[in-house]
Design a protein around this ligand. Structure first.
Ligand code: SF4
Ligand code: SF4
Length: 312
């Protein structure tokens, strides 16, 4: 189709989902391409399957009928799946090569493989299927994660491929990477949705090895280079959902010339995934963020002159 698109066939990445009809991650109707791998470790992450770059097998205990087929049939050539507590399967991630054979074998669809190696050409072909919706709604593709900049070459080529096809590109990022790495992708992105998780440098250290100042300066430079940036701010009760943080977010937005802010109230919807991956989950006792409080924070931001919303 294009004379200069060789790299679309040669560049591979690890994608854990491609979802259509998103309406909250950028303008209009969007297709979200979720890349695996993240350089942060947020306890509240609702996509824990995104955190590791490698493909992974998950066991959905609510679907497993403990038939033992996956560990008694010899389906796993690596010997990575065995009988665990109560007869439930146990996956040794050190041995698993994510071949997917056990996924096929399970009669109850209780095993899921998170992550698939695919080329940019394959990913963009999926995205292109909804081009008519993008045209009608002003939508496009959103590159999400994980942190897309953990796979910078794949994300860059994917964004370029969309641009070549006149598809609007948004990217969700925490911007906690060196600016050159961020820009290598952002150069081809129209709308940057930058997560601002903390405004307190000490708290940010609990989820990142990168200084908080890097995030702030990256936003400043993106704006300086003419990029549209929206700040997206998760509100986690007990961690950052307080007036002081909201005041600092307002100050950040004003200083960085960012007009749009989304407040993202914490919810427990991703909790079940932790168990399926064999991960511990630290926020079991935490309640969902009170929407009324989030709306009050939103109103405060609007009163301060920002364009703020809850959700998004
Ligand atoms: S084959 Fe499926 S249902 Fe049977 S033990 Fe394995 S995961 Fe559970
Ligand atoms: S994905 Fe493949 S290697 Fe991993 S546990 Fe299943 S069969 Fe074994």
């Amino acid at each position: 189709m294009f004379l200069d698109n060789k790299e679309e066939f040669e560049t591979y990445g690890t994608v854990f989902n491609i979802e259509n009809y998103h309406i909250n991650d950028g303008a209009g109707i969007r297709t979200n391409v979720f890349l695996k791998g993240c350089n942060l470790w947020c306890q509240w992450c609702c996509n824990p399957e995104s955190q590791k770059l490698a493909c992974q097998v998950a066991i959905h205990k609510n679907l497993c009928v403990v038939c033992g087929v996956c560990y008694t049939s010899g389906v796993c050539a690596q010997g990575a799946i065995s009988k665990g507590e109560g007869g439930a399967p146990l996956v040794d991630s050190a041995k698993c090569v994510a071949c997917g054979a056990c996924v096929e074998k399970c009669p109850n669809e209780a095993i899921e493989l998170y992550g698939k190696r695919m080329s940019v050409a394959e990913a963009i072909a999926e995205v292109e299927k909804d081009k008519q919706y993008y045209i009608q709604s002003g939508g496009g593709m959103t590159i999400s994660g994980g942190e897309p900049c953990v796979q910078p070459e794949f994300a860059r080529q994917l964004a370029r491929a969309a641009r070549r096809r006149y598809i609007h590109v948004a990217m969700e990022t925490a911007a906690a990477v060196p600016f050159e790495q961020l820009w290598s992708v952002a150069e081809f992105v129209d709308e940057l949705l930058v997560d601002v998780k903390f405004t307190d440098p000490e708290k940010f250290k609990t989820i990142s090895g990168v200084p908080l100042e890097t995030v702030k300066e990256n936003i400043r430079e993106l704006v300086r280079r003419g990029k549209y940036v929206k700040m997206r701010c998760p509100l986690i009760p007990g961690l950052n959902a307080d007036e002081a943080h909201i005041d600092k977010l307002v100050a950040w937005a004003k200083e960085l010339c960012v007009e749009d802010v989304d407040l993202l109230p914490f919810h427990q919807l991703g909790k079940y995934k932790y168990a399926s991956l064999g991960y511990g989950y630290e926020l079991n006792e935490l309640r969902d963020m009170d929407k009324a409080v989030a709306q009050r924070y939103r109103d405060k931001m609007i009163a301060a002159g920002l364009c703020a919303d809850v959700g998004g």
